[in-house]
Each structure stands twice: as structure tokens, then as C-alpha cells.
Design a protein around this ligand. Structure first.
Ligand code: SF4
Length: 336
């Protein structure tokens, strides 16, 4: 089921995406029929535990799936252009120019052997028609925009001369260097001190709003999503189990897994020591249960949950894949 973005013309459309890993015992499905859209300038949060398939979905969009993982079904469409079947060099052009990336470890994106100024100006000149001086000016402006103090001096320093938080600011500058339409941010603050995390998320959100850049924010942290995203997609065992406006999902989580994730967010007035835990663990790819993949961990599971996989269907302003919300077929086909 395709779930529309906020605007009529989506920036990104992911349709029935499937990512598989071939093994000696057959193929393992890590992303299983995932569909969503992102509107221009929208922040879509993608949340779930480790192994839910959220990072793989991001990697598939940006063309950086690690072999032997590969896209075996569906399509990815960016501004009307199908991009999941492009040759490597064409996808490389799109990466950086039209889609920027921010990963958990800033050192994944930064070359330790080059100054950050060189890395920024090279990225800028690869994608934009600017000379050396103008590119350096742009690099300096970006470093100032992301809050690097004394940017004129620091532009000629190497990544190891920056703290973790400052390095992630540089990566954000690098991701924005060519004015991409979309940024895929995969756990951008997980490796940072808690005190720095909120600053980096606020910075990312502010800059993307100023530049009109859409963001797919991948994280295990529902609290980050609640503060940052316009809409949220909750993933479990390779599928989207709930998707909708973030306020709606945060206030009225419907899928039992989302309810569990919400229970783990510390809120003002809630006793942190008694935060809810979801018992059990995400199933391994070779042991996904029959029926609803969440059924062994779900306190609301009933008979049909153990035999029939629930499809995403509209429930008010969101879409949910859970038999608790099964409706007559006439209602089920309408988009949320
Ligand atoms: Fe729980 Fe059944 Fe809903 Fe799955 S379909 S989340 S097992 S109630």
C-alpha cells in the first residue's frame, strides 16, 4: 500500500521495495514490500529496533547496499526519475548532488588524510559550477552555518582535530554542500554524547528547513523522531507496521509495537525508572514468525495473528498493519 506524502508531488517515492540477501540456504528477505513517499522539505522519521530494515532501506535509496544484499523488487523514484536501476557512475552523481548522506560515525564520511576544507571544496566543485575561490567561500559559509567556531582557521584542519560533535557538524556541511533535495540521515547522533545530540538534531532540522531539504531520518530513538519529524514510519522485521503524521502516532500510537516504542520515551512527569520495555527481541531474518512477525512479543496477539500477515490499511489519519484494526474491504483501500 503506497502511503502518500504531505504534498501532491512527492520528492521521493519508494514502491514495494524488497531487499534480499542470498545465502546457501536460500534468500533472506531484509526489506519486504516497503512503500512510502517523502514530500519536498518534509522530514520523515523511520524508526525501529536494530534489524528492522530501516538502515537497509536508506542504503538502498542512496545506492550503497553492501553486497551481497541487493534490491530484488519494487522501485525507487526521485523527482520522477527511477534511480534503483542506474549504473554505478550515474548513481554516484545523484549521491551528493541530489541526495546527501549523514551516517552515525562521522569518520565514515570524512577522509582522515585531507583537510575538511579540501573535502568541502572538492564536493562543491564536483557538483556545482564554481571556481576554487568561490568554492572555498561557500565552504566557509557552510562551516559557519553549522556552528564551527573560527571557521577561517579550522577549515585547514584535519578531521582528527575535531571533536565528535564538531565532526558531525562538518558532515552536515558536507551533506548540504551541493544543495541536495534529500538527505538520508542514519542514526546521525547515536555516537555522540547525549548533551550534543539535541544540538545536532536541532541544527539539522533548522538547516534543512532553511534550505528546503527533505530528510529521511533513520533512528532507533522515538524521542528524536517525536521532536524532529513531520511523519513517522515504524518498521518491524523488514516491513512498515505503522505510518502517519508524527503528532498522531506519538499521541495515539495504534500498533502494539509502536505503543511499546512510545512507552520507552522519557516524558516529563513520567517515572523514568518505570519506562515500558518490549519483551523479547526482533526475530532474525531466518526465523521470522508466520503471520504477524510481532506476534511472539505482542500481548494482544490472537489466533489469526499466528497465521495471517496483516497488511497496512488506513485507520483514521495513519496506516497500520495489525489485525486489531481489520476493517471491511470497502474502507481498507482508501489512502490515509
Ligand atoms: Fe499483535 Fe496481532 Fe496486531 Fe500483530 S497483528 S501486532 S500480533 S495484535
Amino acid at each position: 500500500m503506497a502511503v502518500p506524502a504531505l504534498a501532491n508531488e512527492p520528492l521521493l517515492r519508494v514502491e514495494d521495495l524488497r531487499v534480499e540477501f542470498p545465502t546457501r540456504r536460500g534468500r533472506l528477505t531484509a526489506v519486504d514490500g516497503v512503500s512510502f513517499e517523502i514530500a519536498p522539505g518534509e522530514v520523515l522519521g523511520v524508526v525501529g529496533e536494530s534489524g528492522a530494515g530501516k538502515s537497509l532501506t536508506g542504503a538502498a535509496i542512496i545506492g550503497l547496499l553492501e553486497p551481497p544484499g541487493k534490491i530484488t523488487g519494487g522501485q525507487i523514484v526521485l523527482e520522477g526519475q527511477r534511480i534503483d536501476n542506474l549504473p554505478y557512475h550515474e548513481m554516484r552523481q545523484i549521491r551528493g548532488r541530489r541526495i546527501g548522506a549523514i551516517f552515525q560515525d562521522p569518520l565514515t564520511s570524512l577522509n582522515p588524510l585531507y583537510t575538511i576544507g579540501r573535502q568541502l571544496t572538492e564536493t562543491i566543485r564536483t557538483h556545482l559550477p564554481l571556481g576554487e575561490t568561490a568554492a572555498r567561500e561557500r565552504a566557509l559559509a557552510l562551516l559557519r552555518a553549522v556552528g564551527i567556531p573560527a571557521a577561517e582557521q579550522r577549515i585547514d584542519q584535519y578531521p582528527h582535530q575535531f571533536s565528535g560533535g564538531m565532526r558531525q557538524r562538518v558532515v552536515i556541511a558536507l551533506a548540504l554542500a551541493a544543495e541536495p533535495r534529500l538527505i538520508i540521515a542514519d542514526e546521525p547522533t547515536t555516537a555522540l554524547d547525549v548533551s550534543i545530540q539535541a544540538q545536532i538534531i536541532a541544527l539539522l532540522k533548522r538547516l534543512c528547513r532553511e534550505h528546503g531539504t527533505a530528510v529521511m531520518l533513520v533512528t532507533h530513538d522515538m524521542g528524536v523522531i517525536a521532536e524532529t519529524a513531520d511523519r513517522v514510519a515504524v518498521m518491524y522485521a523488514g516491513r512498515i507496521v505503522e505510518i502517519g503524521p508524527v503528532r498522531e502516532v506519538v499521541r495515539h500510537a495504534r500498533h502494539p509495537y509502536t505503543v511499546g516504542l512510545m512507552g520507552s520515551i522519557p516524558l516529563v512527569g513520567r517515572d523514568v525508572a518505570r519506562l515500558a520495555q518490549i519483551d523479547g527481541a526482533m526475530p532474525r531474518l531466518n526465523a521470522i514468525p508466520l503471520g504477524c512477525a510481532f506476534n511472539p512479543r505482542c500481548q494482544k496477539a490472537f489466533d489469526i495473528c499466528r497465521t495471517q500477515r496483516p497488511d497496512l490499511r488506513r485507520v483514521g489519519p495513519v496506516a497500520v498493519a495489525c489485525h486489531l484494526f481489520d476493517m471491511p474491504p470497502a474502507d481498507a483501500g482508501r489512502p490515509p
